[in-house]
Design a protein around this ligand. Structure first.
Ligand code: FES
Length: 240
């Protein structure tokens, strides 16, 4: 749905040398890690006969299709068609579509727009807390059977807390929401419910020195958010 964006596909150890298929907004990608540790991402299916490349192997930093043995280098270019004589040029249309990847904050990210249509690798901005020594990073992956937009919308919805999460973020809070105040700038939305009830879990959390105190929720369009509560910073990054 929103192709020009970075999406986290999993923690760093999610992608190893063996090719692995990942699905982001309904598109399948094949990803692998080369011997130097760099992660690569391509369309998941072979341009020859559509074989699932996640069933293939990686050898000398090249991915090999398991059906007829075509080989693809780290840029996605087809380097060898075994059925043709050695030294012959691969036919037109035999290259894979490549995508930018990044490893940041203990996560692997893919930018789901073809590299060849972008001038440069896009910047990935993340919340500073995720890489701060003062915080413990505890990745959790879960599948929600819901549309992308409903997922983002629900995490910005303050008034459901005492009813859906009475034992955690909704403990002992009154259901009245004053405001909430919010601000919008560029691709950020910040939401600050005021005034907080005396025991509201979004009261100041006294974060580590050097880290901005948050008593609010912030969404970075289209898919990253942070929820500041008394006990924990919940960071989310969704795809579908
Ligand atoms: S389907 Fe991949 S090489 Fe033939």
């Amino acid at each position: 749905m929103i192709k020009k964006a970075w999406y986290a596909v999993g923690p760093s150890d999610f992608i190893v040398q063996e090719p692995r298929k990942v699905t982001v907004h309904g598109m399948d990608y094949v990803m692998y890690r080369d011997e130097s540790g760099e992660v690569h991402a391509f369309d998941a299916y072979c341009p020859h006969r559509g074989c699932d490349l996640a069933l293939g192997t990686v050898e000398n930093e090249e991915m090999i299709c398991p059906f007829h043995g075509w080989r693809f280098n780290a840029e996605g270019n087809c380097t060898r068609v075994p059925a043709n004589r050695d030294g012959s040029k691969p036919p037109g249309g035999s290259d894979l579509i490549a995508y930018y990847t990044l490893e940041k904050a203990g996560l692997i990210w893919v930018y789901t727009y073809p590299q060849k249509h972008l001038n440069d690798k896009p910047e990935l901005s993340i919340f500073p807390e995720i890489e701060s020594e003062g915080w413990i990073f505890a990745p959790l992956q879960a599948t929600w059977n819901a549309h992308f937009t409903r997922t983002v919308e629900s995490v910005l919805d303050i008034s459901h807390l005492p009813f859906v999460h009475p034992d955690t973020s909704g403990t002992d809070i009154i259901p009245v929401v004053e405001g909430p105040e919010f601000s919008v700038s560029d691709n950020h939305i910040r939401i600050h419910p005021t005034p907080f009830a005396p025991a509201h879990p979004m009261e100041p959390i006294h974060p580590p020195i050097g880290i901005e105190e948050r008593t609010e929720m912030e969404l970075v369009f289209p898919n990253k958010w942070i929820i500041g509560t008394r006990w924990v910073m919940a960071l989310g990054c969704v795809h579908f």
